[in-house]
Design a protein around this ligand. Structure first.
Ligand code: NDP
Length: 480
């Protein structure tokens, strides 16, 4: 039995059995049978949409319960977990709406031809999600996959599986046919490759670390599966001197320290104009030192612990590397002293100044509460710094000059760019990364298209022979 731990106090909150490789294979087979010969493929788009709407309604009903479980499993504050559940509801409702939209495209192919492009489900989809936003990430994959008519095998992180277990129960309660949604628990390195290499699987959608993403691509290559990857980022937050100071400081703080920095789109790289640097960074440090760490369930906590001891050890290695490389530690850089936080995997909000783009803390994704500060003097330099990363998930630009904001936004090679904001996403707008941040998109119409195959149906309404090849013996042919 695997023990699931509350990262606030290391209490065991659940015990779950890991799937064996044989059970993982059985889940794939169940999904295959349900797709090839079950009742699910006969469901109309309207019936699928109604199912998704029922799931949304059940989520609304269980909101408090789900949010509590998310908090004790991940450590994030209850307020964040409640926002997550609300977002998940919106995602299910959004894809219920898209499911019934007829995406068929008529193609004008001239007289005597009716040509249409139709969109069909891909088939069996393996959906692998990370530990930082378990419920949210599961919904970004499950809702469009079901809207499109696929069957799925869901593999949550072994670290935070509890709300995914509950979500699958809700989908079953909403009336999904047997075999359509299958859950596989267990350690990624053990059951993951069984799922990603299975010949019966048509698509793998994964959110997590870059190294795992690469391994999944390799594992899926032999069977040429469709792949969608969301692999994190090292996201620039560019601040010009004419930005609204209060708003920019506030969002810079939330952008990096929300959920203890365990956010793929966290604004970990502050790139601030040299003229603004001193005032801006001093204010950030002042506010970072006031962030109240604590139990996610306590209403006055503003940030919880890191997810696990292993993850905190990784954050500590990154901080040590930053110090060794010569960055100036302005605040944090250690665990908090408060005795009531000792049992949890807490780490203080940390700010490094005098950072250079070649430092590992500027280049590597830490996934923790660490902000690095770089400075610039020209717009070109700001853009160049913002793009100097192997990742390309998200970035922000802060300025009172709208023309400049739009110029910079169009030059940043990131999948999402915020202007005078940091962090929002919408179910209707695509989410995903350039470069090593991944392939494919979640959310929006493209998030549905990932789970569809386009099929061209060409109908000749007045067939006639073309006689390209001779119908009688051709005297110039090779036989003559
Ligand atoms: P992983 O990439 O290892 O985990 C993500 C998911 O993949 C989990 O469900 C995991 O299962 C599963 N997994 C692990 N190995 C395999 C495999 N070989 N085949 C198939 N699935 C697998 O992330 P980590 O938890 O190890 O975090 C590593 C780093 O990744 C973080 O420090 C952070 O930098 C980044 N990350 C990025 C996220 C993002 O949103 N883009 C989210 C989480 C992490 P299990 O957890 O059970 O091992």
């Amino acid at each position: 039995m695997r023990e699931i731990i509350n990262p606030f106090n290391q209490a065991v909150i659940a015990k779950l059995a890991d799937a064996t490789p044989a059970e993982a294979r059985a889940a794939v087979r169940a999904a295959r049978v349900a797709f090839d010969s079950g009742e699910w493929p006969q469901w109309t788009p309207e019936e699928r949409a109604a199912l998704l709407t029922r799931v949304a309604d059940l989520l609304v009903h269980d909101r408090s319960d789900l949010a509590r479980w998310e908090t004790v499993d991940t450590g994030k504050t209850l307020a964040e977990s409640e926002i997550d559940v609300d977002d998940v509801v919106s995602v299910f409702r959004y894809y219920a709406g898209l499911a019934v939209r007829d995406h068929t495209r008529a193609v004008d192919a001239g007289p005597g031809v009716v040509s249409r492009v139709v969109y069909e489900p891909v088939g069996v989809c393996v959906l692998i999600t990370p530990w930082n936003y378990p419920l949210l990430q599961a919904s970004w994959k499950i809702a469009p996959a079901l809207a499109a008519g696929n069957t799925v095998v869901v593999k949550p992180s072994e670290v935070t599986p509890l709300t995914t277990v509950r979500l699958v129960e809700l989908i079953e309660r909403a009336g999904v046919p047997a075999g359509v949604v299958n859950l596989v628990l267990g350690a990624g390195p053990e059951v993951g490759p069984v799922l990603t290499s299975a010949p019966e699987v048509d698509l793998v959608s994964f959110t997590g670390g870059l190294a795992t993403g690469r391994a999944i691509m390799r594992s899926a290559a032999d069977t040429v599966k469709k792949i969608a990857l969301e692999l994190g980022g090292k996201n620039p937050n560019i601040v010009f001197p004419d930005a609204d100071f209060e708003a920019a400081v506030d969002h810079a703080l939330t952008g990096v320290f929300l959920h203890a920095g365990q956010v793929c789109s966290a604004g970990t790289r502050l790139i601030v104009h040299a003229d603004l640097h001193d005032e801006f960074v001093a204010e950030l440090v002042r506010r970072a030192e006031k962030i109240r760490l604590g139990n996610g369930l306590a209403p006055d906590s503003r940030s919880g612990p890191l997810v696990s001891a292993e993850h905190r050890a990784k954050v500590e290695r990154h901080v040590a590397a930053g110090i060794a490389e010569g960055a100036t530690l302005l605040t944090g850089g250690r665990r908090p002293d408060a005795p009531e936080l000792r049992a949890g995997f807490f780490y203080l909000p940390t700010i490094f100044d005098d950072c250079r783009r070649d430092m590992s803390i500027v280049r590597e994704e830490t996934f923790g509460p660490i902000l690095t500060v770089e400075t610039f003097t020209t717009e070109d330099e700001a853009v160049e710094l913002g793009n100097d990363t192997e990742y390309g998930l998200a970035g922000a630009v802060w300025t009172g000059d709208r023309a400049r904001a739009r110029r910079v936004a169009s030059r940043l090679r990131h999948g999402t760019v915020w202007i005078n904001d940091f962090g929002p996403y919408l179910p209707q707008a695509e989410w995903g990364g350039f470069k090593h941040s991944g392939t494919g998109r979640e959310l929006g119409p493209t998030g549905l298209a990932e789970y569809q195959e386009a099929k061209h149906i060409y109908e000749n309404t007045a067939p006639r022979p073309e006689n390209w090849f001779a119908t009688e013996d051709d005297p110039s042919g090779p036989e003559s």
